[in-house]
Every structure is written in C-alpha cells, then in structure tokens.
Design a binder for this molecule. Structure first.
Ligand code: G2I
Length: 672
C-alpha cells in the first residue's frame, strides 16, 4: 500500500462520513459467510492449523493410484520403514539414505511435511547394535546414529520420533527390556533426546508409543511420569506420539483425557499411526474429534493409504479400499474434521482434481467486518492491508492503521468472522516494533526456526519475529532484509514508492516480492537455510503499465498442485482498485495470465455480489485465507476466501484519511 496521497482525491462531505459511520456500526455488519468446507483430509485439517498425514512406503511410489491419493489427500508423510535403523545404518558407520531421501524429496516437492520415524527403537535394529554389550560403545553408537541421521534430514523433517516403544506392555509401567535399557540403563531415553536437540535444534522431538491411549493403563502412566519428569528437569521433549493402533471399538473412552493430560505437561500430542480394525465410521470420527478437542493435538497420521497397504491388511483398517476408493470411514473422518458431507460420496471419484484453479472467478462479499477502533492516542481513519492466518482455532489478523499523522500496525484475533468486529485491537507501536512508519504486514510461521515472522514496509523491507503469534508484545524490534534499496529497484522506480513486501518459500529457497507503484514486481531470493539473511539476485518478476501492475502483490502455493498463484492489485478505468491473477509452476518462473484483465478480473466489483449491500467499489489490498500458516503460503484450490480492504464509494478527501474497512470475499463458482 502506498501511504501517500494519490488518485481519486475528493473532499469528504459530512454526508458521506455519516454514511460510513452507519456502515461500520457493529450491528449493521452482516452474518459472516460459512466457513470454507474443504474436500480433502489435508485441506480440512489445515483449517484448524493441523495436518493429516499417512505412512508412505518407498516401494509403492511407482503406483499411480497410490500417489494420486497421497498427493490429493495428505499434507504430511511418515516413512513407514525407510528411516529405521536397519535401513539407514545396516552396518556400523555406513549410512544408506537412499529410500528415506526418496520419500523426503518427494514430500518436499509436493508441499507435504515430513515426520521422521524413528531414531532409537529396539525393533528393526541390526544385530551389530543389539549385540553390543559395552555401555561406552553403545552410547557412542546411539549418539552417532542420531546425529548423522538428523543432520542429514535437517530442515526437512519437522518432527522426529526420537525414541519409539521403550515402555513395556502389561501392568508394570516400566521400560521394556532392550539392548539400550539393558546396557545403558533407563537414562538412555534422556540421553537420546539431549543428543537429538543438539543435532537439530529446530526439529520437534517426540516420544512415540502404542497402547498409551487409555489413561488408566499402567503403560500410559509410565510414559506420562517420564514426560512429566523430563519437563520438570528441562530434558528436551516437544511432543508425544500416540500410535493409536485400535481394535474394532476404536479409541478408549478416556482417549481425549489422555491427549489433554499429556498436552497439559507442555508438549504437543500427535496421533501418529492410526488404524482401526474394520474401520468403523464412528471409531474414526471419535478419534478425530478427540484430537480436535485438544488444542495441542497438532495432527493425525494414518498408518497407510489403502487396506492393501496396511501392516494389518487382513483387518481392513484404513480409509481407502484395495482399489483406492474412499470407504465410509473416509467420509466420517472428513466430516469430523469439519468437512462437507455433501461434497463427497463413498467410492465416488473426486469431483475434480485440485490441480487447477478456474480461469474466471465469482465472489460474494460480506459487509464490512472490521473497522478502526481509535483511542486517545490512535486517531485512526482506516484499517488496511490485512494479513491473516488461521492457527490454533483462531484467525490472527495484522493490518495497517492509517491516518494523516502516519501509519503503523494493529493485531486482532477472533475465533469466528462473526466475532471479528468485537475483537480487541492491539496497537503494535506500543511493542518493540515501535512507532514510526510501518505498514502492509504479512505474517507466517517459519517451521525450521519455529518462529512467527511479520514482514512489513518501513521504507526498507523489514521484519520482526515472535515465538507466539497470540502475544502482541512478543514481537522483536524491526530488522531490515536489505542494507539499502537494491539497484534494480532504484533504476526502475521512477516516481513510485517501494511497497508491499511479501515472502514465500519453497523447499529450497525463500523469495521476497515487492512493488514500486510504477508497473514493476520485483523478486529477490535467499536459501531456506539462510533466511531471513542473504536476499540477493533482485530481478523484475513481472511488469506492465503503472496502473495495470500497481501494488499489493500476493504469491501463494495452490494446495495439491504444482501451481503458484500471483495476485497484483491494479487500478481500473473507473479509478477503482481490483485484482489481476497469474500462475506459474515455480516461484522463480514466468507468470501466465489466469484471470488477468479488467473484463475478466480475479476480483473486482464487477464479479463480486454484495448480498448485504454494496459498501465498496474497491476490492483492494488484502490476503487469501490460507490452508496452513507456514512459509509455503499454501492456499486451498477450492472455495477461496479473500480478506480485503474496501471503503464507502462516496468517501473522498485526503488519501490517508480514507475510511478503509475489512471485508471477506468467498468464491461462489468453485467447482469442488
Ligand atoms: O508394527 C506396526 C508399527 C508399530 N509402530 C512402529 C511402526 O514402525 C510399525 O510399523 C511397521 C510397518 O508398518 C511394517 O511395514 O513396522 C513393521 C516392522 O516392525 C514393518 O514390517 C516390516 C516387516 O516386518 C518386514 O519383514 C518387511 O521387510 O516391513 C518390512 C518392509 O515391508
């Protein structure tokens, strides 16, 4: 966004200000549109900030039915056997990462996250390890294995099962006998977690086990005591994986209690290997609901795709039958995740592959949902340039606050769009972000660094970080991405302004896009490992005439496809703001028009209906509701939603005093 006075200036009349006031009265806001209903497991889970994953076997990746379901439905994968000790280090010191890499690289190129399974386990352990009797030797063998494997997969594996199945079944509540326990003592688990933390400080470290789902079981209690002790003594542990290999009855009635009791210790919980004998619809739905009811239950993984892929194939425990058709439990799982029951029928082919966006769009708009909340020290005229993520059951919105005395940032959060108008506005000039010119925020979570980033403009391209998005006081002071404006921008900017910085990463690189209000979209890049430093190679990624490619660019990954979507705000022949769109198969590639003209816009007043009344003719700077919240900026392919800024069409006067409000577009011509 450009803070300075520009086009279409008109003196605001008393009458138009009154009209605006009426539009922003909370009671006048219309009911929010329905939440997006996604049609795949991964997309639906992502709407609550969770993942839905599956175990993958490298040997099946040549099977098109298998990979078709894998890429359509799942946004997380766990190698079923390929990262186990007997595959990776079959003989001492000789590492074979081939099969694991096959799965890891494929997941990265499909935008799926990866769980690492598993570093220390008594089973699938080569005999050269299980026959070691000397504690020093075994300790160094174990530490070396953990370090080598985690180093190799650094930046690729989001969470590791550091120790698997160390507790005994039955009533003892003690650790099982294994070479590790018998030679190193029960302290081997702590040792493994400490080594893992130093090897890859960014990975989440999990303890994973089965038969720990029923709260009163001695085994559950044994694991609980260990995690409680680790947390009390500062032994690094981030999550507990409950494998959840259930019998036909599904989860025990105490399952949710178990999840929340572990979570209350300060760890994430994950359902890591779900399968249920005979796959009853109710059993799957109950499992999913238990997870959704626990804020720190961050994801669910099923242990295989089709029944024929399962280690328990005789019990038909999975969500797809042997031919790859959806089973009834698929539907109950999707519905429990919050998905649409009508959109999917058992066994029916998917309505449409999620690989392509339509080439024209239609939208329905809400009324104004968020208006400025001035206070004694913030005399704000407009709320602008929203960035939004849905995380931990809440929308988190960052926006510019505009007034003739300057621009800064505001944060609000709410669980539902109907609550948006009543959310508290936290002014970020009171935090370390500080006063002065800050505008056009963009928020995302960096999964490698486990930090939230807020990117914004200050004249330079700046950012702050925060470990906790819900804490407005947690943001760091601004830092700049560049030491100064890159030469190529200086040479092309003319009389424009350097605005609207936008960061998006693929598995290898992060890109920083920006605009110059003079017809140029710029792109710089750095590696994922170097981010936020090292942005270089600034180029013109797209250009057109000044008003045709003005500002407010967004770039997204389209879920379940190899497509990226570019939106840029333009100024139409009527002087009103609208969006054009392009796609590309790579972030550094060239952009092909999708809905890119004034007559076939991505979003303009001409393809938006306003059931609650036409409160704006401008569809201006905003952001898509994403499928997740990380640095890949993944959006669903279906039923898009766009949070934008609009204003009373009759308002005029000083550009910095315009009454911008936030509204939400929901796509109405989605075919899936
Ligand atoms: O046993 C079910 C799971 C329990 N929790 C830990 C998981 O890692 C475990 O997975 C299973 C795999 O699904 C099986 O695929 O672990 C088994 C080994 O304990 C895996 O089975 C092995 C067979 O035992 C081998 O004979 C075979 O070569 O799978 C290998 C690859 O197909």
């Amino acid at each position: 966004m450009n803070p300075l006075k520009r086009l279409g200036r008109r003196r605001a009349s008393v009458l138009s200000l009154l009209a605006v006031a009426a539009l922003v009265t909370p009671g006048a806001a219309t009911a929010a549109p329905d939440a997006v209903r996604a049609s795949t497991l991964g997309a639906q889970a992502a709407q609550s900030g969770r993942y839905f994953g599956t175990a993958v076997a490298a040997g099946r990746l040549g099977d098109g039915t298998y990979t078709g379901i894998l890429d359509r439905e799942f946004n997380s994968v766990t190698p079923e056997n390929e990262m186990k000790w007997d595959t990776i280090e079959r003989s001492r010191g000789s590492f074979n990462f081939g099969p694991g890499d096959q799965i890891a690289n494929r997941a990265a190129s499909h935008g799926q996250r990866l769980r690492g399974h598993t570093l220390v386990w008594h089973s699938q352990l080569p005999s050269w390890v299980s026959s070691i009797r000397d504690a020093n030797t075994l300790r160094s063998v174990m530490n070396n294995h953990i370090t080598q494997v985690m180093n190799h997969y650094k930046g690729k594996v989001y969470a590791w099962d550091v120790v698997n199945e160390a507790f005994a079944d039955g009533g003892s509540g003690q650790m099982r006998s294994s070479v590790f326990r018998d030679v190193l003592g029960t302290g081997f688990i702590e040792q493994a977690f400490r080594t893992a933390r130093s090897a890859d400080p960014a990975a989440k470290l999990c303890y994973n086990d089965y038969n720990i789902e029923n709260w009163s079981d001695a085994k559950t209690q044994g694991v609980y005591r260990m995690v409680r002790d680790f947390k009390a003594r500062g032994v690094p542990i981030d999550c507990v994986g409950l494998q959840s290999h259930f019998g036909a009855g599904g989860p025990p009635s105490s399952f949710q209690t178990t999840l929340s009791n572990f979570a209350a210790l300060g760890v994430d919980v994950q359902i890591t290997e779900l399968d249920i004998a005979q796959a009853s619809t109710a059993a799957y739905a109950n499992t999913v609901r238990a997870c959704l009811n626990v804020a720190r239950c961050t994801g669910i993984t099923v242990w295989g795709i089709r029944d024929s892929d399962s280690w328990r194939s005789g019990e038909n425990p999975l969500l797809f039958d042997r031919s790859g058709n959806k089973k009834p439990a698929y539907q109950s799982t999707l519905t429990a995740l919050g998905g649409s029951a009508a959109a999917q029928r058992t066994g029916a082919p998917s309505p449409r592959s999620a690989t392509a966006l339509p080439s024209s769009f239609r939208w329905s708009s809400s009324g104004p949902l968020v208006a400025p909340k001035p206070d004694a020290t913030h005399r704000i005229a407009g709320i602008k340039d929203p960035s939004v993520v849905y995380y931990n059951g809440k929308y988190h919105v960052f926006a510019s606050t505009a007034s003739p005395s300057g621009y800064n940032l505001v944060y609000l959060s709410f669980s539902d769009w109907s609550q948006a108008g009543s959310a508290t506005h936290h002014y970020l000039d009171r935090t370390a972000i500080g006063a002065g010119y800050r505008a056009a925020p963009q928020v995302f979570y960096n999964t490698q660094q486990r930090l939230w980033y807020l990117v914004y403009q200050t004249g330079n391209a700046s950012y702050s970080t925060n470990p906790d998005i819900s804490n407005p006081n947690g943001w760091s002071a601004p830092r700049n991405f560049y030491s100064s404006m890159p030469d190529i921008i200086r040479q092309n900017i003319g009389n424009g302004y350097w605005v609207d910085m936008w960061v998006i990463c693929d598995s290898a690189n992060c890109y920083l896009f920006s605009s110059d209000d003079n017809g140029h979209l710029y792109r710089s890049q750095t590696t994922v490992g170097q981010f936020p430093n090292g942005f270089t190679n600034t180029v013109i990624a797209a250009q057109d005439s000044k008003y045709a490619l003005f500002e407010a660019s967004n770039v997204y990954k389209v879920q379940g496809s190899n497509q990226y979507l570019l939106l840029v705000e333009a100024i139409g022949s009527d002087g009103r703001r609208y969006f054009r769109s392009w796609t590309s198969s790579s972030l550094a590639g060239s952009w092909s028009p999708l809905a890119a003209s004034e007559s076939n816009p991505f979003a303009k007043s001409s393809n938006v209906t306003f059931p609650a009344g036409t409160w704006t003719r401008d569809i201006s700077h905003g952001e898509m509701i994403r499928a997740g919240y990380d640095q890949t900026l993944t959006i669903p392919a279906c039923k898009l939603q766009y949070l934008y800024q609009g204003k009373d069409p009759n308002a005029g006067g000083d550009y910095d005093n315009l009454p911008w409000r936030l509204g939400l577009l929901t796509q109405t011509n989605s075919t899936c």
